[in-house]
Design a protein around this ligand. Structure first.
Ligand SMILES: [Zn+2]
Length: 263
């Protein structure tokens, strides 16, 4: 994870005072009296003079972002269960949990001022079910394959091209549309598998490819390693952006929560 200086983090921001408060995190004050916590290049918390606080992680839901939010939030807490962020804590009864979304406003008593309408919560659940179904169909196809395809020049460029440091073009650009398309169309490519294995932490994906191709006894193992890696890759890239890069400028505020994959 790169570390940025205060000067880099505050560049272009109009403020009356600012200070660094943690790694890649600064606090600054606006002329209108607002106090802001900025993590990387996203204003994750805005404390209004009237006591309201706006939470917005700009679509990047990493462990560190959540930690920073909870560190500086005074009358609310965010926790994660099964890849969904909620306001409350583990002990909050299920029916009282509020699904977090970017732009959520909490008043000084810890009450949400702009709750999502029920239908948008239903839509998120629907999107999650739809996503799970697509992933299952994709992995079923992988499991049924006699041989896993090896990375090839004919694969999608976003998956196939890598920087010297080994990052794919898709990851560098932050564009996930191609991954959505591969998932939807059940397009199984060596480069995508390779990237998923790297993402899961395997340093030598080649070995897993070899296992699957030349050793019938270990084929089952290698296929299940690949499936687990793909499951994580799809989830992290499409469903809960982990913000591994976390560098792009602030996104629009239209993101509600989960990505919806349709049609
Ligand atoms: Zn691709």
């Amino acid at each position: 994870m790169p570390r940025f200086t205060k000067k880099e983090l505050i560049e272009g921001v109009e403020c009356v005072s600012s200070k660094k408060i943690a790694n890649n995190t600064i606090e600054y004050h606006r002329e209108n009296g607002e106090r802001v916590i900025r993590h990387f290049f996203t204003d994750i918390l805005t404390f209004k003079p009237n006591g309201d606080v706006v939470i917005d992680c700009g679509g990047y839901r990493s462990f560190t972002t959540k930690e920073r939010l909870n560190r500086y939030l005074e009358n609310a807490n965010i926790f994660q269960e099964r890849n969904v962020w909620y306001l409350g804590s583990w002990s909050t009864p299920k029916q009282d949990r509020i699904v977090y979304f970017d732009g959520i406003i909490i008043d000084k008593n810890g009450k949400v001022k702009n709750p999502l309408p029920q239908n948008s919560i239903d839509n998120q659940e629907k999107a999650k079910k739809n996503f799970d179904k697509l992933v299952k169909a994709y992995l079923d196809k992988v499991r049924g394959m006699e041989k896993l395809p090896r990375p090839s020049g004919g694969d999608c460029w976003y998956c196939a091209m890598h920087t010297k440091e080994g990052e794919s073009w898709g990851d560098i650009s932050g564009d996930t549309e191609h991954i959505k398309k591969h998932l939807r169309t059940k397009c199984i490519q060596g480069s995508l598998i390779f990237n998923a294995l790297l993402h899961k932490g395997y340093r030598y994906p080649d070995v897993i490819f070899q296992m699957s191709r030349y050793n019938p006894d270990s084929k089952k193992d290698s296929h299940s390693m690949v499936c687990e890696a793909l499951r994580k890759y799809f989830r992290d890239k499409l469903f809960t952006p982990t913000g591994a890069k976390h560098i792009p400028a602030k996104k629009s505020k239209t993101t509600v929560c989960a990505v919806s994959i349709q049609g």
